[in-house]
Design a protein around this ligand. Sequence first.
Ligand SMILES: CC(C)(COP(=O)(O)OP(=O)(O)OC[C@H]1O[C@@H](n2cnc3c(N)ncnc32)[C@H](O)[C@@H]1OP(=O)(O)O)[C@@H](O)C(=O)NCCC(=O)NCCS
Length: 252
Amino acid sequence: MSVDLEKILRPIDHEMAPYEPKYMMLASGEAVVVRQVFRDEIPDLLKHVEPLIHVERDYYDVVASRVYAELLGYYQYRFQDQYVLALQVDGELAAIVNGRQVNPKLGLSLHTLALRRGLRIGAHGFAAKMEYHIDTLGHDEVLVVAESPIGFRRWMIEYKLEKRFETPHELGGVPSWALTRELFDRARSKLVVGRRPVPPELLEKAMEKILPPSDPPTPPLDPLAATRAMYDPTATSLVQQRWEMEKGMGNA
Ligand SMILES: CC(C)(COP(=O)(O)OP(=O)(O)OC[C@H]1O[C@@H](n2cnc3c(N)ncnc32)[C@H](O)[C@@H]1OP(=O)(O)O)[C@@H](O)C(=O)NCCC(=O)NCCS
């Protein structure tokens, strides 16, 4: 009997209302457009996420590796109920955010990745996805975790997230935090900005093509510079230390 294995491997996504694009002005005076990215455009994101896998600073390596896997999983129909939003300045990719629906009342925040720094573009992306979960998808709450101290400041502290430590988050099984509808309503006037509809010329530019980020985070010229920095016990430095120890044992 022949079995179409792909039918078993491929999850069937639940219907989710699309994200309605919006735009906002940055402190630099530029407009940033937030819009949904569907499956066929995922390869255009992957090529800009891959270089960040090699950037240790601010945990870009961990977050970019996970985002790469999530986007590839979405592209190849191996991820259930995921959505992806892109933030673009004049077509250029400035941030990526993604998440998924766990059930009709519960959302789950996956990642926020800023490819342009210093303008709160990542913070705007996070606010946009919370808005999508609460206002569009009608979730009562969204489970969130932080993988970096900047992320912790931006989400747990700025939104005053509630602990849901009894619930392991899908990202590594670590204790979850939650953004409830009530917390979101309290943050709305301060943290959630943007206008709709997006002026047609701005939206067309964003939809036309995802252009490469003009100033993305890059690894330091000296690859060991970050690991030498005090208070930087990153995975890479630990792995390198271990290799050094193994070399020593081999010589003994
Ligand atoms: C977390 C993240 C999305 C926040 O994005 P953001 O809101 O646009 O904020 P930035 O990262 O640009 O800036 C964060 C802080 O670092 C400072 N900063 C760091 N590098 C900077 C740079 N190259 N230029 C300017 N500012 C920089 C900013 O001044 C800012 O300080 P503030 O918190 O006092 O405002 C982003 O830092 C990121 O993608 N980090 C790596 C992945 C990650 O940790 N994701 C979240 C997982 S929970």
